[in-house]
Design a protein around this ligand. Structure first.
Ligand SMILES: Nc1ncnc2c1ncn2[C@@H]1O[C@H](COP(=O)(O)OP(=O)(O)OP(=O)(O)O)[C@@H](O)[C@H]1O
Ligand SMILES: [Mg+2]
Length: 324
């Protein structure tokens, strides 16, 4: 309490000093009103120009690899709820099943709406190792880290931009990922601060765009894909999720949302990777924390995810590897 009071007193002191100095400055400038205002404007402009140059010279933050992590792949989309997390979970577990000797990680970069704890059935709190790094939680051979491991599952995260960025940075840099061949990153919806921060701070091997085939989702997916292309992140391709539904009675396939994904891929000159149907088994196994690729490995749906895993591995083989 006394510490709080002291801090409060110092804040008041500093504030008062600052206000006095600022008033002094205002007074000085107003008393120099005899000097020509043009001269004053020029001086101000020069100051602003010099400051702008200084900021520009600093440039964008430098991309810094995560020690021991060879390749990083984002799973992104424009719209929310199109199946990014479902794809990220099934893709990372499928990659691990296809290449059991490789180490695979899954980072949940959705700080506000983490899905990985539920979908990977992980509910413990990470422990700190001797280097003060958080040990990722492990299930199905995949190392996972999520904001959901660090907060109470029922509490909302009420943070502003900078706090989110700093939390994300901690999930990335203060996790004992090493060694990792592939880090799959499940991103939040949209193309906002999180994506820009990931692009600016990490050497990314690529991104896959997940979309559903209706126009509203495709339009936003286009914006997302173009943003990654502009920021020079290799786009591995588009996954169409919830492509069609099979009638449980007559087995007839119905395309609920249209079929614009392939033409979008063509338009943007990126690969069309896979069609994943809408199927209650996918969400059932996701909600149980037992991804369908492991629960029903012989199913057509699991096959589609395994094909996707092979395509992604082939794509990553062509991308640079971080050896730090
Ligand atoms: N192909 C599918 N068939 C049936 N249900 C699906 C399919 N893909 C995803 N779902 C379900 O749709 C819901 C949303 O999926 P998911 O959480 O993966 O989307 P998201 O894009 O990550 O959402 P957000 O933008 O909120 O992060 C989940 O309940 C999931 O189980
Ligand atoms: Mg999600």
């Amino acid at each position: 309490m006394s510490q709080f009071k002291m801090t409060f007193v110092s804040v008041r002191f500093v504030t008062r000093r600052y206000v006095c100095q600022s008033l002094k400055k205002i007074h000085t400038s107003s008393s120099s009103s005899s000097a020509s205002s043009a001269e004053y404007d020029n001086k101000k402009k020069e100051e602003i120009d010099a400051r702008r140059k200084e900021i520009m010279a600093r440039g964008l933050p430098k991309q810094k690899a995560i020690p021991g992590v060879k390749q990083i792949l984002l799973v992104a989309s424009g719209k929310g709820g199109v199946g990014k997390s479902t794809t990220a979970v099934n893709l990372s577990t499928a990659i691990k099943a296809v290449e059991p000797n490789k180490s695979v990680g899954l980072l949940d970069a959705d700080v506000f709406g983490p899905s990985i704890p539920l979908m990977m059935n992980l509910h413990d709190t990470p422990i700190l190792n001797q280097e003060n790094l958080m040990e990722p939680l492990l299930n199905y051979g995949v190392k996972c880290m999520s904001m959901g491991f660090l907060i109470d599952e029922k509490s909302p995260v009420i943070w502003r931009g900078l706090m989110v960025m700093s939390a994300l940075d901690k999930l990335i840099r203060q996790t004992a990922w090493m060694p990792l061949d592939y880090l799959i990153v499940d991103t939040p919806p949209g193309t906002g601060d999180t994506h820009l921060s990931l692009i600016q701070n990490l050497p990314l091997s690529g991104v896959i765009i997940v979309t559903t085939p209706q126009s509203a989702a495709l339009q936003v997916a286009r914006r997302g894909a173009v943003m990654f292309q502009k920021m020079k992140v290799p786009v591995a391709g588009i996954v169409e999720n919830m492509s069609s539904v099979t009638c449980p009675v007559c087995s007839h396939q119905v395309q609920l949302f249209g079929d614009g994904t392939e033409s979008l891929a063509e338009e943007l000159d990126i690969d069309f990777l896979e069609k994943i149907p809408m199927d209650s088994q996918i969400s059932k196994y996701c909600d149980n924390g037992t991804p369908i690729v492991l629960s029903m490995p012989q199913s057509l749906i699991a096959n589609a995810y395994y094909r996707l895993a092979h395509t992604v591995i082939d794509f990553l083989k062509k991308q640079p590897i971080n050896n730090t």
